[in-house]
Design a protein around this ligand. Sequence first.
Ligand SMILES: *Cc1c(COP(=O)(O)O)cnc(C)c1O
Length: 314
Amino acid sequence: MQYGAYSTDSLMTITNRPDLVFESGEGSWLTDHRGKRYLDFIQGWAVNCLGHCPPEITAALTAQAGKLLNPSPAFYNGPMVELAGLLTANSCFDRVFFANTGAEANEGAIKLARKWGQLNREGAFEIITFGHSFHGRTLATMSASGKAGWDTLFAPQVSGFPKAVYNDIASVEALIGPKTVAVMLEPVQGEGGVIPADLDFLMALRALTEQRGILLIVDEVQTGVGRTGKLFAHEHAGIAPDIMTLGKGIGGGVPLAALLAREAICCFVPGDQGGTYNGNPLMAAVGVAVVKRMLEAGFLADVAAKGQYLSQRA
Ligand SMILES: *Cc1c(COP(=O)(O)O)cnc(C)c1O
């Protein structure tokens, strides 16, 4: 379509978009180029956890944009340190690496697990994942995903991701061998159709991985940061995983993601991991605003109550 002096044909086609251009958003509402308003049930792709243009994010972005945009990831900056502190103080994890997208955080988790396997499990590198899972769109995270057709889409795949059956502990046990370093799953399969893991299954997975000396990785890119009424969805099962990834909601709509791990697993040495924008203060300042809002009294209880209302009315 034509939009002023420009055409949407200048964009590469990666999806079929309707002939409208969104220009503004507020709370639950979006407004297009003709001034038509839409009640938005999508909210980005499950990213705007505080709605469109919430005042705390606008304030955080504005203040940080006038103060410091990017001192380089070779140095500490205030929002990066504060956000890591908030996340570790409110989870079972001890250290954080920031990234820009969920896929990038998951790539980091895969690399961290493989490095840990080199050091502790004689080079074990296989990560058991699940049918219908979704972990991102990089080559490794597509290979980790259990989406139909993705095994051949950009062949060859990255190897080392055998697939078990979700909610079937025996299928996981059957795949564990000398090359296995970890099991990775979404506590609720999001793209797969909003399929929750049974709490018993999560507990059994934690017990099994501990017993076999391998890592448990939770991909909480979609379930994390308040989405299920707890700060992180694995808390419902009362388990402490070894590695967790966050994305989507943590940025409240801006590109921010995180890789978190317990101290004993943090085996990256300088040179192993990085990225030009990791921990940049502009996005980290938004993460701080989002997490502080979630930790306010009553916020998560309200999410839980609304979730219950919607699931009972569905
Ligand atoms: C969206 C999603 C990802 C990928 O995140 P991107 O920011 O799109 O790279 C990974 N895992 C899960 C569970 C997701 O829902």
